[in-house]
Design a protein around this ligand. Structure first.
Ligand SMILES: [Zn+2]
Length: 506
């Protein structure tokens, strides 16, 4: 009898200890759950949440922004009219601080107590499968290692809820920063797929340059930035017509010299008030955010530390420096994950004009993240241009060269599992790319030769919501023939005019 009682007791104890996770019984569906690690701004940052003064600071709501702008507009106008740069600078500083000042962290890298993220997700429910994911969000300002700790707990919870002993991580944009910190601290145990979608794994030049004060408004980059963004507009009404008209308008303004005049004005303003705006507003706010520091590429880092006046010690300093290890190790961490059976897919855009505010505007990108940083080291031609002839002639291994000669992926950390999509705007949704992700998640073998429909180099077609293989240099006429829309007609028309006019001006 005693024996039976103790056996029953043992059984009860075993059942109780494993009760939180029936996981140990395992889910038999064969598809481990997806955790989507979101981009910057994936959750609202709120001041005085739950009180009558509640104000969303990020993403900033337009009404709040306009109300603050209304307050400083007289100062800005007066400053501009009287050409008084002190007055103008003070108004701009007041504006930036009123809108973003409370986002600043303290010397320990901690948020103000009344500035919080009240809507952070906690995993619930056990639904999982190819069409369902758990959304991991975070306060983008904070130390990426804090997110890594939370992600660890999150993964454990998801495993317990679903009965799987591994998960798939699908990281979008800044999600790659969280991933880098995670892999560095926790490794890849319990992860079977890693997808990096437009992730600034080695940073982004726009952050590096801005944190070194290298701001420049350039009319060519501004126009191209507009041109490249226009096809992705969702106006909700007569999309194609509006896009085509805007495209034409932008090019006419550029042709008439109006864009150049505006840029010259902008540049003059930056020279006059830039220092003040940096020292009194941008540095005290954005210079205190380890999350933004994580975007600064290694080659800019030392100069940025000086320019942004990062404190020489304390929590903030330590957090900013700690992430350098994650960035330095991401290549090897992903390599060893892959060598040990984790399926890895890095995918990035190219040939989109980058943010038109920095001196390095020719760096090819998805508009936000440079292709060389997102791909862990591809060698790239300038935006809209092939690699130079000398490089191409000397190239021995052409297996990873794009058919348009713009990208050589052989210099990437993981060339065999890095995909490139021409004209793909940063993180824009695309059903074709989602199809690739599904294949990555369900196939045994994942490399750039695995899927006939998705070779290493594709081109985004936003209208058709898909991607198709790159076969040669960008050709506006071919684009128009494939998709005869008004926008594509205008693009073809202006490209023909430019081809005709450019030699005349040169
Ligand atoms: Zn399952």
């Amino acid at each position: 009898m005693k024996k039976i009682v103790s056996l029953v007791l043992c059984a009860v104890i075993v059942l109780c200890t494993s009760a939180p996770a029936f996981a140990d019984d395992g889910c038999k569906c064969g598809f481990s759950p997806i955790i989507y690690v979101g981009p910057l701004g994936c959750t609202p940052i709120v001041r005085d949440a739950g009180t009558k003064n509640e104000q969303q600071l990020w993403k900033i709501d337009t009404k709040f922004l306009l109300s603050k702008l209304g307050k400083v507009l007289p100062g800005i106008t007066k400053g501009l009219l009287l050409r008084n740069s002190d007055m103008l600078g003070s108004a701009l500083v007041e504006f930036v601080n009123a809108c973003f000042g409370d986002l600043a962290l303290d010397g320990e890298g901690k948020s103000k107590a009344n500035v919080t993220t009240p809507e952070l997700n906690v995993p619930t429910g056990s639904r999982h499968g190819p069409d369902s994911d758990y959304y991991f969000d975070y306060d983008f300002r904070l130390d990426p290692y804090e997110h890594a700790d939370r992600l660890y707990e999150f993964i454990e919870q998801v495993k317990a809820l679903t009965g799987h002993n591994s998960v798939k991580l699908k990281c979008s944009s800044m999600g790659g920063v969280v991933l880098s910190a995670y892999l560095d601290k926790y490794g890849y145990d319990g992860i079977d797929v890693i997808i990096c979608r437009c992730c600034p794994l080695l940073g982004t030049a726009v952050a590096g340059e801005a944190f070194c004060g290298k701001i420049e408004i350039n009319s060519t980059s501004l126009t191209r930035y507009g041109e490249d963004a226009i096809p992705f507009l969702e106006t909700g009404f007569a999309d194609d017509f509006i896009e085509g008209t805007l495209y034409a308008l932008l090019d006419v303004l550029k042709g008439a010299g109006i864009v150049d005049a505006l840029c010259a004005l902008g540049d003059r303003l930056i020279k006059e008030v830039g220092d003040k705006v940096f020292s009194d507003a941008l540095i005290p706010v954005f210079g205190t955010l380890p999350g933004i520091w994580a975007f600064v590429p290694e080659e800019y880092f030392d100069e940025a530390v000086k320019f942004m006046k990062l404190p020489g010690q304390g929590g903030l300093h330590d957090k900013v420096f700690a992430y350098r290890t994650a960035m330095a190790n991401i290549e090897n961490n992903l390599k060893s994950a892959r060598q040990n059976g984790v399926k890895v897919c890095i995918i990035c855009g190219y040939n989109v004009q980058r943010t038109p505010l920095v001196t390095l505007w020719k760096s090819t990108s998805d508009g936000t993240v440079d292709t060389k940083y997102a791909s862990l080291g591809a060698t790239c031609g300038n935006v809209k241009e092939p690699l130079d002839a000398g490089y191409l002639n000397a190239l021995k291994n052409r297996d990873y060269l794009s058919p348009d000669n713009m990208i050589d992926a052989s210099t990437c950390a993981l060339p065999e599992c890095t995909w490139f999509v021409r004209d793909w705007l940063h993180c824009n949704g695309n059903a074709g790319i989602d199809e690739l992700f599904n294949l990555v998640m369900t196939s045994d073998e994942v490399n750039v030769d695995s899927f006939e429909k998705f070779p290493q180099f594709s081109e985004a077609d936003d209208d058709a919501d898909t991607i198709y293989p790159v076969t040669g240099a960008p050709d506006e006429f071919a684009r128009f023939r494939t998709a005869p829309t008004f926008l594509n007609f205008i693009r073809f028309l202006f490209s023909a005019v430019k081809r005709f006019l450019d030699p005349l001006f040169k």
